[in-house]
Design a protein around this ligand. Structure first.
Ligand SMILES: NC(=O)c1ccc[n+]([C@@H]2O[C@H](COP(=O)([O-])OP(=O)(O)OC[C@H]3O[C@@H](n4cnc5c(N)ncnc54)[C@H](OP(=O)(O)O)[C@@H]3O)[C@@H](O)[C@H]2O)c1
Length: 274
């Protein structure tokens, strides 16, 4: 049963990385939570967040499917969602023609179809009630043609663009839309995307806690977007100036298989790698 006056945040991809830190930000700010991920680890995260005194519902669901998204929405038990943090996503390295198509489809279904379906369902209810905050985890990857990560960057280009369009459509509705645009962040993302032999996958990255804090603060202020950190702001500015062909070549040097410095390649350790 909801405690009167408490707001509810729904966070996807909350079992690790940026989403876990976003859920922590919400809990610290007094939100009750519905958190979701694809694996049972989400229940451990819920127990830890409950220890901080919040009401937390965990949902293990495949958000690449409409059934999984329906299951997540059902878990709110009709309670209004005050903040939706649509963060779940996955990457996929290697050359497009060398990737397996079922993995390509999974990236698109998770990052785009499932995310948009969730935004459609929760966004309608927010518009009707005249209030709500939406945070979408896009990426500065959306500004770059992603050589050796082509489909992933394409999904993020869609989300980056979509977030601004939805924000404009919801102007004066009481619902704000914020796009969180991180650069490379130290999470399980690169391992799951089979990118531990790449430069970007092995070099030092921003902390997920810092990225999440910046995203959460921007969402609470109702800002349109936040590119996390000065390095990423510079990269984003360069991406807007350089020709696409040059950006695609630059991306090859970051994400191409075998671009990791000799001795820095890492092996898989995460059980969820697939
Ligand atoms: N790391 C970066 O460099 C970076 C940079 C820019 C943007 N981003 C974006 O940040 C978001 C979070 O990624 P992360 O870096 O924090 O990676 P991560 O640690 O791998 O977290 C991904 C989260 O998404 C969940 N997820 C993935 N597919 C799912 C599905 N089909 N159904 C339900 N949950 C699913 C995962 O849950 P399970 O473990 O249960 O599958 C996990 O909780 C993603 O949208 C990513 O594109 C990351």
């Amino acid at each position: 049963m909801a405690v009167q006056g408490r707001q509810l945040a729904l966070v996807t991809g909350a079992s690790s990385g940026i989403g876990l830190e976003l859920a922590r930000c919400c809990a610290e700010s007094g939100f009750d939570l519905v958190i979701a991920a694809d694996e049972p680890q989400i229940y451990d995260v819920a127990s830890k967040l409950r220890a901080a005194g919040r009401q937390v519902e965990a949902v293990e669901a495949d958000l690449a499917t409409t059934e999984g998204v329906d299951q997540l929405v059902a878990a709110t038990n009709g309670r209004a969602v005050d903040a939706l943090l649509a963060n779940a996503g996955r990457g996929l390295g290697d050359a497009f023609l060398d990737q397996k198509f079922d993995r390509i489809r999974r990236v698109i279904d998770t990052n785009v179809t499932g995310t948009l379906y969730l935004l459609h369902r929760v966004g309608r209810a927010m518009r009707e009630s005249g209030s709500g905050r939406i945070l979408i985890t896009g990426s500065i990857a959306g500004f770059l043609p992603g050589t050796y990560q082509a489909v992933y960057n394409g999904t993020k280009a869609l989300l980056d663009s979509f977030a601004f369009a939805l924000r404009a459509e919801l102007k004066d509705s009481g619902v704000t839309v914020t796009c969180l645009m991180p650069g490379a962040t130290e999470t399980d993302f690169f391992e799951r995307a089979d990118m531990l032999d790449t430069k970007v996958g092995t070099e030092k990255k921003q902390s997920p806690a810092e990225v999440a804090r910046l995203g959460f603060e921007a969402m609470m202020k109702g800002e349109g977007d936040v590119v996390t950190g000065w390095n990423n702001k510079l990269r984003a500015a360069i991406a807007h100036l350089m020709p696409s062909g040059a950006l695609a070549e630059m991306h090859r040097k970051q994400a191409g298989p075998g671009t990791a410095k000799p001795g820095q390649e890492r092996g898989p350790s995460h059980p969820a790698r697939r």
